[in-house]
Design a protein. Structure first.
Length: 260
């Protein structure tokens, strides 16, 4: 057990509980850049970290009544099968893990995309409210297709990099359901959906041998109280300040990943 890992877990857990973002986006880069873990092991361990911490955060958001369960089911319909197929592909085509250089590039690219989406979400989603005032059967069909299709993309990305279950889903939901889902509901729905997705991906990475159990235990010691506190203060902290700070951390991490 290492107190430094526990402090890192508490910091990331707090961000996950408060924003629904930060699990894979911050923990995997921290483990690789700051602590020097192999990228595949960092990603596999991070997936278990995300699955367990988001289960705690999801329980709190469920108690507060924030998730939209229909949207959760739509996302999972695409993401869970995609995660399973990706794990099988890794096992058969890459002996359980991609090359470290490729993983670093994929992770860096995912972090950059996440940072851009975090900053641009409001500007992208605000104009869409005008087009969703009249909900028609065609609109509902598009929402279903986009949500399931987006779930497929997120399932693959999360399984490969552990990034995407938070920020990418949050932006997808804000774009697809600008009137139906409030900011609080998006966070709750995002976290609830991430639980089965990250669990399936984490079990897959355990099967592939990409998990450090002692590291995971150290991270969880700090993350559980962190995500409880973060979930309770969700919506009470300046959203713009949090977004800018989180995006800046992601950009720095992404540049280090890509240039290493």
């Amino acid at each position: 057990m290492d107190i430094t890992y526990s402090l890192a877990g508490g910091f990331v857990g707090f961000l996950v509980g408060m924003t629904g973002v930060g699990g894979g986006s911050l923990m995997a880069p921290l483990l690789i850049i700051l602590f020097g873990f192999n990228p595949a092991v960092a990603i596999g361990t991070d997936l278990w970290f995300a699955a367990i911490t988001k289960t705690v955060g999801g329980a709190i958001h469920h108690k507060l009544g924030s998730p939209d369960w229909q949207v959760v089911k739509r996302l999972a319909l695409g993401s869970i099968p995609a995660a399973i197929v990706t794990v099988i592909w890794l096992a058969n085509a890459h002996q359980g893990r991609l090359q470290s250089d490729l993983l670093m590039s994929l992770l860096g690219g995912a972090l950059l995309v996440t940072a851009v989406l975090i900053l641009a979400k409001q500007r992208i989603t605000a104009p869409l409210r005008k087009f969703h005032k009249m909900v028609t059967p065609a609109t509902l069909r598009r929402q279903l297709v986009v949500t399931v299709g987006g779930g497929v993309v997120v399932g693959v990305l999360v399984t490969l990099t552990s990034v995407g279950a938070g920020a990418l889903v949050a932006v997808l939901l804000a774009l697809t359901y600008p009137l139906r889902l409030s900011a609080k509901t998006i966070v709750g729905t995002d976290i609830i959906h991430a639980v089965p997705l990250t669990l399936v991906a984490a079990v897959g990475h355990s099967w592939l041998g990409n998990v450090d159990k002692w590291l995971l235990a150290s991270l969880l010691v700090g993350s559980i109280p962190g995500i409880v506190v973060g979930s309770l203060v969700a919506g009470k902290v300046n959203d713009a300040l949090v977004r800018y700070a989180l995006a800046a951390m992601l950009v720095v991490s992404a540049v280090k990943m890509i240039c290493s």
